[in-house]
Design a protein around this ligand. Structure first.
Ligand code: NAD
Length: 438
């Protein structure tokens, strides 16, 4: 049985399919994940006790290439969530046209409760359990919520020990000295940033007049806030799992990042004439942040944050989804009615998987690219696909999410049709092109 999140993900698929003439078999194939693995991970804790954690890895679809997707460490991880995230990866890789299918993994754990050594044992233990399910040509994990480059390094090291050869291409998002790519760390945000810059041109925005709120202040949230702040955008609100801060005149982002990473909690910080001083910013809740009077709202935390309950009160005119699945399907309709432009997750955060693809290509070829090359290639892909999706949105008179799904489904359908569909197999005549062995 499909869970709630997966069912929601599928209903978007049906909606997009109803807009465009897409082969039915192509749509049907996407409704079923290829394989789902559930594992138990025994971990010896520092105090000598044994804890058993539950983990998952899902291959959604590998028609266009090996499955690809992050690993999440979070107490709310469930098979339903991992299946949905894997499904979005299939769609996302097709949106940006990289040769991957979709996968995802997760472990039910609050990593903040573990010591560093317990975290390493859990990361290595997870790989021991899923080693036969992943591989450089089959399924390639990456970081996601509460996993980082060091964890990817431990995982690659563990996999290499199991297969008895160094295998950097099995996982992406690694530290650079272990085969990671230049530019991977900020790639998710950079992809979203390129989308915002293109919209800035289309809408003739003056960045200095644009007010931005960012929900979630981890990898994705921090880099996007920093990039926009550097360009003069006023980032007026930020939040993390413990709550948010709001300063209508704008926050000094480098200072906030400094304090957040030192204290592990957001505090109100403002930098004046290069002297950093802590000033009062209003403390707000995560719910309040979403409803602030801003121009751009950037959800960069978890799923299901914008719902039918709060969507009617959202004031931003543009939402850029750096998080995966932050908007529920019933909220989508409300946002559309309110004429709010949503740059959907499957496009806005696709920079991460795109540079992961670059990392994998570099690992396989053994030839490493410099940062300007990464940025230029990422920019090329993001710009091309932003324009493709934007023009599909206009031609189909729909929202940008549906347009992105149509774009992905067209690409996926090309692969399905290339293997033959009912139209081909039930045809009575053989075309000249097929008649090669006659
Ligand atoms: P992260 O672990 O670095 O950061 C997550 C942030 O969200 C943290 O600041 C945390 O405090 C905050 N958070 C947690 N619960 C929250 C809540 N209830 N309200 C507000 N904030 C909360 O993770 P990340 O890599 O930045 O991922 C964030 C989102 O971006 C996820 O949806 C992830 O799937 C998506 N994403 C990440 C990547 C990537 O490369 N890192 C790529 C694509 C998509």
């Amino acid at each position: 049985m499909s869970g709630e999140i997966y069912a929601q993900a599928l209903s978007r698929l049906d909606k997009a399919a109803s807009y465009a003439k897409i082969n039915k078999e192509a749509v049907e194939k996407l409704k079923f994940p290829k394989a789902c693995l559930e594992v138990s991970i025994p971990v010896r804790m520092d105090n000598g006790s044994l804890r058993i954690f539950t983990g998952y890895r899902v291959h959604h679809n590998d028609l266009r290439g090996p499955t690809k997707g992050g690993i999440r460490f979070h107490p709310n991880v469930s098979l339903d969530e991992v299946k949905s995230l894997a499904f979005w990866m299939t769609i996302k890789c097709a949106v940006v046209g990289i040769p991957y299918g979709g996968g995802k993994g997760g472990v039910i754990v609050d990593p903040k409760e573990l010591s560093r050594m317990e975290l390493e044992r859990l990361s290595r233990g997870y790989i021991q359990q899923i080693a036969s399910f992943i591989g450089p040509d089959t399924d390639i994990p990456a970081p996601d919520v509460y996993t980082n480059s060091m964890i990817m390094g431990w995982m690659m090291d563990e996999y290499s020990k199991i297969v008895r050869r160094l295998s950097p291409a099995v996982i992406t998002g690694k530290p650079i000295p272990l085969g990671g790519s230049q530019g991977r760390e900020d790639a998710t945000s950079r992809g979203g940033y390129y989308c915002i810059k293109e919209l800035e041109k289309i809408k003739s925005w003056n960045p200095k007049k644009m007010r931005v709120a960012v929900q979630g202040f981890g990898n994705a949230g921090q880099f996007i806030a920093e990039m926009l702040h550097r360009d003069g955008y006023q980032v007026v609100a930020l939040s993390d799992s413990k709550g948010g801060i709001y300063r209508p005149q704008g926050l000094d982002i480098p200072s906030v990042i400094h304090v957040k990473n030192k204290s592990k909690e957001l505090q109100a910080v403002y930098c004046k004439d290069s002297v950093c001083e802590v000033v009062d910013a209003t403390r707000i809740t995560n719910e309040e942040l979403l409803e602030l009077d801003v121009d751009i709202l950037i959800p960069a935390a978890l799923e299901n944050q914008i719902t039918k309950k709060n969507a009617p009160r959202i004031k931003a005119s543009v939402i850029v989804e750096l998080a995966n699945g932050p908007t529920t399907i019933d909220a989508d309709d409300i946002l559309k009615e309110k004429n709010i432009l949503v740059i959907p997750d499957i496009l806005a955060n696709a920079g991460g998987v795109t540079v992961s693809y670059f990392e994998w290509v570099q690992n396989k070829s053994g030839y490493y690219w410099d940062l300007p090359t990464i940025h230029q290639r990422l920019h090329e892909i993001m710009l091309r696909e932003f324009k493709n999706v934007f023009s599909l949105m206009e031609s189909h008179k729909t929202d940008m999410r549906t347009a992105a799904y149509i774009h992905a489904l067209n690409r996926h359908a090309e692969a399905v049709v290339a293997l033959g569909t009912q139209d081909y197999f039930s045809a009575q005549t053989i075309s000249r092109a097929e008649n090669v062995t006659a």
